[in-house]
Design a binder for this molecule. Sequence first.
Ligand code: ZN
Length: 130
Amino acid sequence: MDKGARYAHVSVGSFDRFEGKQFVKEATGATSCEISFGTLASGAAVPFFHSHKANEENYIILSGAGRFQVDGDVFDIAEGSVVRVSTACDRNIKCTSAEPMTYICIQAKEGSLGDYTMTDAEIHERESLL
Ligand code: ZN
């Protein structure tokens, strides 16, 4: 882990060896969202449905394929899929591919994003130390 006054860097390691679920908010000290990494073995689903009261979730599928359920709707997902789920609805995710499915879930307060890339970012000239 690398940590400075204005940043924190953590790693969950290589996705091909990653197993289970890992939340990184505590390790990074994030204040705007919760990020977790998850993996599901072939045929496995999260063992429960859940909803959130205040936070929306954005699931990003990094590898594998499966099915996603939001209340009574079910659809296919695969590497590259991004799924946003609102508050107050049940969700679950299942791996249907032969290989495990690895995904990131970003959880943030619904409706909290004001400015973003085109209105919040500023480009600066400075010496690169890379
Ligand atoms: Zn959740």
